[in-house]
Design a protein around this ligand. Sequence first.
Ligand SMILES: [Zn+2]
Length: 194
Amino acid sequence: MSPLTHLFASWLIATKTTNNPRDCRLVTLAGIVPDLDGFGLIVDLVTQFTQARPTTFYSQYHHVLCHGLFAAIVSAVLFGIFARQRWRVALLVFAIFHLHLLCDLIGSRGPELDDLWPIFYLGPFRKDPMWIWHGQWPLDGWMNRMVFGVLFAAVIWQALYHGRSVVGVFNQRADLAVVRILRGWREKVFGRTP
Ligand SMILES: [Zn+2]
């Protein structure tokens, strides 16, 4: 699934399972950490224009380097160290990581029917076991869009009725501004609400 879908899902879980901004931020970010192995795409695009033999980092490492048990354990330990509630955050990070893997297994297919994305659970060290689901949803398919829509609606709901948004993970001031704007729109549409 898309990084934004993962971000929304992990933030919604983090708001319900943590009791301070730092831990909420760490658990939320854990939801998008696996996709760091897709950053090779940027290097590949650059080298396509600058080198005779462009790099292929994306196809080599995406879904191989960070989409497995090893990265889940490393992230749980690292994020746990920086957390206020260390054990709780470490366990949450481990769980969120696996939710990401599950979501990718369900909904990360390319444009062609056989363009399936497998999960190499013991990657990058071994390609066995390789998990693959032949009913995998296309990345830009309606099922993925529906999941995104539901999560997006839940994120907006949190902003309107609980005064916090996913933007707060990155910047508290911007978060306040987003909440103020959304509440302003609600007031314009529905009138003043308690
Ligand atoms: Zn992913």
